[in-house]
Design a protein around this ligand. Structure first.
Ligand code: FES
Length: 165
């Protein structure tokens, strides 16, 4: 079985909504200190809806595919609906990611949240800070998937000599 689904490959090779919105209403930038990848999301919000969204991602293929899919998922949605979009939804829409790449989808969720938070802050809109707490990539992952990820890492480390965290 291929490591990456056709959807992941499609969104990696033809990412949707790449770019910058100069007069964005909310901008969120997040990074993963372990892998060093960075993601930035720009939101244009009108009448409580995501009118436009763009992203810039300096990162791996899964991060690019996740950002692309995440932007597609939130375009046209209300803010409340966007708050429901988790990394799990992104992974499902991509027809899955390898377990050791799940953190890439978390980056997409966090970047969207950070952009919304920026919008709320700029407009004096109150929110529950709990909604914006940091998310653990492994939080919703069943133990057997985590075990498989550990095995994958060990096998990769053994074959190329690289140490993974
Ligand atoms: Fe870090 Fe994919 S390896 S976001």
């Amino acid at each position: 079985m291929a490591l990456y689904s056709e959807k992941v490959m499609d969104h990696f090779l033809n990412p949707r909504n790449v770019g910058v919105i100069e007069d964005a209403d909310g901008v969120g930038e997040v990074g993963n200190p372990v892998c060093g990848d960075i993601m930035k999301i720009y939101l244009k919000i009108k009448d409580n809806r995501i009118e436009d969204v763009k992203f810039e991602t300096f990162g791996c293929g899964s991060a690019i595919a996740s950002s692309s899919m995440a932007t597609e998922l939130i375009k046209g949605k209300t803010i409340d609906e966007v708050m429901e979009v988790t990394n799990k939804a992104v992974v499902e829409a991509l027809d899955g990611l390898p377990a050791h790449k799940l953190h890439c989808s978390v980056l997409a969720e966090e970047a969207i949240r950070a952009a919304l938070k920026d919008y709320f802050d700029k407009n004096g809109i109150p929110y529950d800070p709990e909604e914006f707490r940091e998310h653990d990539a492994e939080e919703d992952v069943p133990p057997e998937v985590l075990e498989a990820a550990e095995a994958e890492k060990a096998a990769a480390a053994a074959s190329c000599g690289t140490k993974f965290k």
